[in-house]
Each structure stands twice: as structure tokens, then as C-alpha cells.
Design a protein around this ligand. Sequence first.
Ligand code: BMA
Length: 866
Amino acid sequence: MIDLTGEWQLIDETNTYDVAVQIPGDVHSALLEAGIIPDPFQGRNELEIQWVGRRGWTMRRWVMLDGDVIQEAERWILEFDVVDTVAEIFLNGHLVARNISMFVPLRVDVKDFLLPGDNHLEVRFDSPEIAAGERAALLPYPVPHQVYPHQSMHRNLLRKTQCHGSWDWGIAMMVSGIYDGARLRPTTEDDIRHVWTVPRRSTRSPAERTEADDVWQVPVHIEWDRPGLEPGDCAYPDGFPEMTVRLLDPVGNELLQHHVTSQDVASGSESSATVIQDTQHNAAVRVERSGEVTVTLSVERPHLWWPAGYGAQPIYTVEVSWGGGSRSLRTAFRTVEVVNARDETGASMFFRVNGRDVWAKGANWIPVDAFPARQTDDRYRALLEDAQRAYMNMIRVWGGGQYEPDVFYDICDELGLLVWQDFMFSCSLYPSEPWFMEEVAQEVRSQVKRLTSHPSIALWCGNNENIGALGWFEESLTNPGRYLIDFDRLNNGVVGREVRALDDTRVFWPSSPAAGEGDFSDNWHDDSSGDMHYWNVWHEGKPFSAYYEVTPRFCSEFGFQSFPSVPTVRSFAGEEHMNPTAPDVEHHQRHGRGNTVILETMSRYFRIPFSFEDFVYLSQVQQAMAISMAVTYWRSRRPVSMGALYWQLNDLWPVVSWSSIEYDGRWKLLHHEAKRFFAPLRVAVFTKDGMLEVHLLNDTADRISETVTIRGLNWSGASLWQDSRPVVVEPDAVTEVLRVAIAELPFDRTAGFVVATVERDAAGEDVAHRETAEAARDFALLCEYKQAVLRRPEITAHVDASGTRVTVHCSGAPAFWTAIELDQAAARLGDNGVLLLPGEERAIPIENGRPGLAVTAIRTIRDTYQ
Ligand code: BMA
């Protein structure tokens, strides 16, 4: 195998630029590295680099091959995992392939074009923006998409990451490039194209099944090709080639091995779908048609794979080998159902894994970086580990981004993060022209075959917000039938059809949001069925209490923006721009009304801060409050509400956005707060409709018996009232601890606040899942912060000599949302944004801290105003 990653040469179509480019990588990264373009993330440089996407670019390199080596192999395959996007591939001057989709790997036979010695390989990219425009001209009528201020047009007509063209949190950077792997691979006449499996539990009904009768089928689908083979041809008149399929357990021991030989298939023909039981090897072999065979292994009582927080993640390996080489894939054993059943409210939506109902906790995922070259394995791991550390068990791969590389799904499998997988269509109408549908069909087939073996994938979803988009454009409002038919042809007719043909173990959900199959309800406002995108608070300017007006069955999007930390703002804006509406900063706010909503919200709940630093801090506090209120309330409404995925986990450039993790990996206060509101055992306090409600939320498998203490404290922290109650909460359940009218509390609503704490019951064991002390405590004000007469707390913070721990002490008054800032960018606090009561001391661990680490600021709500 010849690895084609590494240094290539990059030339533009006018022969003005000639620089090195690293593959995997993209044009913009190479031009930045060579000093030809300014850093697009800095200031307003984005506007200076738009020419790059409007030009054609060529990447080329030489490949040395010995003549004997070429001849030794029956075939040579040129393979690119991702070519972005419209490109022609030349080998020694011959056009060997045309690429039109970023979402279909390129794989082409090239032996006939190889020469002994130097071979010239060239990938000529068309300008993506021009190519998209040319496609628009082919359409019989316009097919509009959502347009942001700095938009590359017609992005919906190219099978390319949709947010490359800009988004309301994204830079417009129409990159071109070659990503993931690139290789020249020698092989035999038969070459394996895909291997995939979706293990399934024996089809016996649960009633018939006994504990001992836990049998799983592992149908290993192997698809290969040989040149000149047409569908229906008999590929093996002389007998089937030898092939071995092995299944390895999580520690690498071989569990099963099966040899498929010509004898195995002697009684069948390639097209007759004969099933041959192989009792000796616990396997069944089925030859479906030329080029595809399914070997079904049977496994008894495998170790089950569970989502994070529910159990372990044992990963098995399937290995297929035959003359031409071998393939291995990782898989696991679990059942996943999407329970979408009619009930008195409407229709439920939740995930049941191995029979256990999972309250889904997570966030929406966008691509890791606007520069594809920077999407490294380390960054995938860091972000996903951060998600899991905040007790997430689900990630939604959002349809405006990309099918992620294998490493993403491998890490999700390993960490127990379920994946809600959108197909890559978002916020747009799409054509149903035959050429477009054919591109999409190929994409769905190759992506489902690539991804379906991953246990983490829990659901396939047609697209993001394309049902809603039918109502967003003048064209579709005046001619709704035409666009609805386009939607259905593409979404059901192609995406859904292809998914169902390949995977009948998972649900194909028509769109996010959607009430269900064939239901076109407005799931931005209707909370009765299916998944909901609840945006009334952000997009419609409603107060945070509006989160209490809905009980989504499953909220797959809701969010609130905040500013990234001051060091991140400094990384893109000049010192004279340290202001939310200064030009450099405003350029990094891509939502038209973003700053207005942030400021309006601040004036609604807080006294207006005077420094930029305090403004940034308060913006993060209010974001954390918003999402925490929503999740806490919806968790308390289990089982009507069964999941919350907030918008959005990450940023692909430094920007003001809805993310909980900044571009450089820094956690905003929201991500720290997520560790509290997503904690498996959580005491929840909130006020709704004049009532104070306290609940104990339990997403563990344990029956929990605790004492909950609820206290009213004044602004100095002195007790006004106290109530202690023993509480029992069943596994996967909620217990209401207290519901009392605020007017009946023995103190005025501006005189103090309420804190609820879980005290361990005398006989109780320490509960292993209670990792953050703060999850066992929650508080609520009975008025807005701006109305309270907060007193200024005194906080001291001492970092130990090694830089690995900070000890924080509070006196004088309660300190709300105590946030500590450190002088080392890589150092990360184990907790932040905490409530501290007078007399309390907290030792907070610091990750990646070095000796000499210093605290640069301590902020609390009271410190933000005079
Ligand atoms: C959602 C997403 C994105 C968008 C976000 C914030 O609906 O699907 O399109 O970035 O809202 O507006």
C-alpha cells in the first residue's frame, strides 16, 4: 500500500500561486501557511479571503513505483476517503475519475495507467462556488436555502458540508481539499469494497426468550468487486474464493471462526439466495448476488454494550480475510428502540437500550474546525471526552455538517455516547432532479455501510429542519406542492429508501424536528409528539420561564448564546475592540439579533455590568442558567419528556455562539453547569407559576433513599426557614420532594433564596455516581438577581505549589456563580461557576496546571456592578 498523505503541491488555475499543501488538508490551510492569505479568523479577514473559493485549484504530486511492483498486483486501486468536492483526477495525464460529492469516497482502478518509475497524480478542483452556481442554472426552477450575511450561494446544490458556505455561528470558507486517508492499494482480482454488520438479538419474542437463550446473530455483509463484473453475472464459475470471517471478543480472543469455501456455496448459485446452515461453525452463509455475501455468525450471551452511565462498552471485532487482504471492523451487542407510541399527550419519543429507557442527555455537534486540516484525532477525542464528562450520553451529528470520520464513531462507541445521525441536509430546500437524487443515493449507501456497524449509532434522521424550511421561502410559500413533492421524493424516496434497505434495526426518522412519519406538524411549537426544536426563548425573545411552558417529548435543539471568554475574544480582535459591538467583535457575532438578545436578557435578569470582562462573564452565566432551567424542568417531567440535546457543543472558529465549549477547547460556564444538570442523581429546585418545586431526579439503576433538606437563606447566608424530608426515588424515576406556594414561605421573595441539598441518609452508602458535590445541591432565587439586595462576598483563592488545585473560601455573603479565571490557557478547573455559602471552602482540582499558576480574577454576580 502506498500512502498518499503528506506533502503535495498546490497551484491555482491562473498559475499565480505555487505552494506546498499537506494532505490530509485543504487549500485555505496551505495558503495561510504560505502567507498568501491572512488568518481568516482574525478581525474581519474573512471578507478578504472569499476569492479562494471562487477559483480552481490543483493539487499534485509524484508517486514512485517499481515496474515489478506494479505487475505483481492484479489490481491497483486509487482511494481517497474524502475529496471536497467537484474535481477531476488525472494519473499520468489520463482522466481516471470525476468526483462530485464529498460524501462518497473515491475509489478507482488505475493499474492500466501506472508507469514504472515516476507517476504524476493530479486532483483538479473546480471552484465550489462557481460549480454550485452552474448547477443552479440547470434547475428548472429556483431551490432556495437559508442565507446568512456573508454567504456562499447555492451550497444546497453541492454534496459538500453545508456550513462551509456560512452559518449563524460559522465563517464562510468554501474550502477544497483531500481529507482523511489517501492511498494507492495493490489488491487481487476480487477486492473487498465494504464490510459491515448490525448484530441483532434472536428474533424470538421476549416472552419466549429465557435468560439462557440470549442468542445474537452477527450478519457480516461482505461486498467486493472485480473489474468487468456486471450485476447478475456469475462471478465464480470455478468456485468461490477462500475467505475467513472471525469474531474476536473485547480482549481480542477469537470467539468464532468461519471459512467460506467453494464447497459451502456449491449447492447454491450467486443469485438464488441459498442459505446453507453450518452448524459445526455456528454460522450460516448466504450468497446474495455477485459481489456480495452475508456470513451470519451466532453468538450466545455476549457482553452487552450500554450508553455512558448505564453500563460498560465492550467492543467486539469482526475480521474478514481472503487472498486480497483483510478488513476488520468494530461492533457491539445492544438493542436500541425508538419508542414513538401514541399516548394521551400525543406520541412519545425516547430511546430504549437493552430494554432500559434512557433519558437522553447531550448536545448538537458541528464540524470541529472550519479548516478541515485541523480536524485532528486528538481534538475529536478531547471534545467527546468533554461531552462524556458532563454526563452526556448522546451526541447529535447535525445535518449542516459532515459525516464524521471513523475516529469520531470509534470514540463514541468507546465512551458510550449514542449518536443521533442526521443525513447531511439542513435549513434548505433541495432539488429532486435525477442527477441530484443519484448523488444522494450513492452517498447514503456508502455512508450507511461505513457507519452502521457502530453500536453508538442509535437513529438515522433524514435532515435538519427541512420540513420547517418548506415554510421559510417565498418560492415554497407560493408553490408549496412543488417543494413538498421535492422534499418527499428525496427524503423518503431516496434517503429513507436506501437506509431501510440496508438497516432494518434502526428507525429512519424523517427530519429533525418531526412529529413522526408523515406528520408535518410545527415541531418548533408543538410539544406533543416526536422531537422538538424549542427556540422560543432565543429566536422569539421569550423569557427563560418559557422553557416551563413546554414539555417536549424529546428536545433535540434549544439553545442560548454567550460570548467566548476574554482570551478567546483577544485572539481575534484588537485591544481597542474589547466591546461587544466593536467592529471586530460584531463580525464574530453571526446571528443578526444576537447581541440584542444577549443585552435584552441581561437587562431582564441582571443589573447592567460596566466592564467588558463582566459582560462576557454574565453572558455565560445567563446561558448556563437558561439551559440548566430547561433541562432541569424537562427532567422533572419524566417520563413525558425523555431527552434534551442542547444547541451546540462546539465551535469551528472563535465566535459568539450557542456552544458550551469554545473553539480552543475552553469550557464556558455552561459546560461546567452541564455536569450538574445532567448528573444522574440530581436535586432540582425551581419556581414555576408561583410555586416552589423541589424534585429528586434519578437516572440510575439504584433505588435511592436520601434526605433532602430545603433551606431559605437571606442575602447574608443566615437561615430563614428549613424543611427536611426523607425521600425515596425509584430507578429511572423522579420523586417530587416539595411543592409549595412561594407566597406561603415565611419570608419575602426578595429577602432571600432557597437551597436544596441531598444529605446522605444515615444508613446509606456513598453513591458512586455522585462525582460533583454540586449536583447534590441546587438553588433558586424567588426574584430576579437585579431585584435582590445582594451583599458582596469575600472570596479567597489559593493555588497549590504544583498548580493542580485551587482552594476557594467564601465569607460574608453567598457567592452566586463564582467563576475563577486562571492565567494558563491550558489549565482547566474541575468545576466553575459554583454557589458558595459563607464559611464554605471548596478544593477544586485543576487539570493541566503547571507550577506558578495564578488566579487572575474571581467573579460573582455581586461583583459585576457598583
Ligand atoms: C438551529 C440549527 C442551526 C442553527 C441554530 C441556531 O435550528 O439547526 O441551523 O445554527 O438553530 O440558530
